[in-house]
Design a protein around this ligand. Structure first.
Ligand code: HEM
Length: 128
């Protein structure tokens, strides 16, 4: 991977967690749920370098890791807003659209796995 792209992946992940840290819901949640943030960031940089640049660096299982952690459906919206802002600030336009397509797809897949009865929008059905 070239050095500029590597720098962008690191900047994306750093900026994303800085933005989450300032959020009144995601901030405390991540601080409590992720004991080793430097190591977590390294894994997430590998994940995005794989997703955006196709480097093959991430070999884990994103779905399993989100089960039974007390994540709420609302947190996915907060997550995506922060991620989109971080992507806008750190990636090229082409990388950004790839990153957002992946992020939306994965957020929806994880959310559907965690909340199967909430429907496609990730929310409980409205009572009529
Ligand atoms: C509500 C939204 C989300 C919350 C609250 C959340 C929270 C977490 C937590 C607590 C971990 C475990 C961290 C650790 O023990 O080090 C984790 C891991 C991870 N998350 Fe999320 N996550 C969310 C959405 C997403 C989405 C949408 C993606 C991908 C697009 C993603 C990608 C990852 C990756 C790559 C890891 C590391 C997996 C590994 O260790 O192999 N997360 N997340």
């Amino acid at each position: 991977m070239n050095e500029e792209n590597e720098t962008r992946m690191v900047a994306l992940v750093d900026r994303f967690y800085d933005l989450c840290d300032q959020d009144p819901d995601l901030g405390p949640f991540f601080r409590a749920a992720i004991p080793d943030m430097p190591n977590h960031k390294k894994i997430v940089v590998d994940f995005w370098s794989h997703q955006i640049l196709g480097t093959g660096r991430y070999k884990g299982s994103v779905f399993a890791v989100h089960m039974n952690r007390g994540i709420t459906a609302e947190q996915f919206d907060l997550w995506l807003v922060r991620f989109e802002k971080a992507a806008e600030e750190t990636l090229t336009p082409e990388q950004r659209s790839r990153a957002m397509a992946k992020a939306r797809h994965m957020a929806q897949s994880i959310r559907m796995g965690l909340f199967p009865f909430h429907g496609l929008e990730g929310r409980p059905p409205k009572r009529s």
